[in-house]
Design a protein around this ligand. Sequence first.
Ligand code: FAD
Length: 116
Amino acid sequence: TLPPDCPPDVEQLGRSTWTFLHTMAAYYPEVPSYAQQRSMKTFLSTFSQFYPCDHCAEHLREEMKSKPPKVESRWALGKWLCEIHNIVNESLGKDIFDCSKIDERWKDGPKDGRCD
Ligand code: FAD
């Protein structure tokens, strides 16, 4: 790991960005308005153009062509993002995450209360 006052490398940028994206999805409205759905689509499309790792962004845009963002509910967005992250995990040889655990990981914390 780099010292904390250095510019982020691809790994650190990735961890911070996934934290932001999964947390945003976890707090997306259960029943988003049409305007909110459109805004989220625009956000994700813009994000995929400007994410500051060129080959990561290119890969993401390619995946989003065949798997367009699901923005119709909190659950749908969280599951879509989890699946996109798993595609990246797979390409990097990382473990596949169990998408039934996204609320526990990003919103509610584990049942044993150790994160409370
Ligand atoms: P990360 O993958 O950063 O994950 C952080 C935490 O999220 C994990 O510890 C786990 O608790 C949780 N998590 C893991 N998988 C999921 C999931 N499916 N759903 C919900 N939570 C999950 N790096 C490259 O080298 N090449 C690339 O092409 C590339 N593309 C990227 C594209 C995007 C859009 C982003 C945001 C990052 C990309 N990265 C890429 C960075 C890479 O995904 C990792 O962030 C980085 O390698 C650090 O990995 P990590 O093991 O710390 O965990």
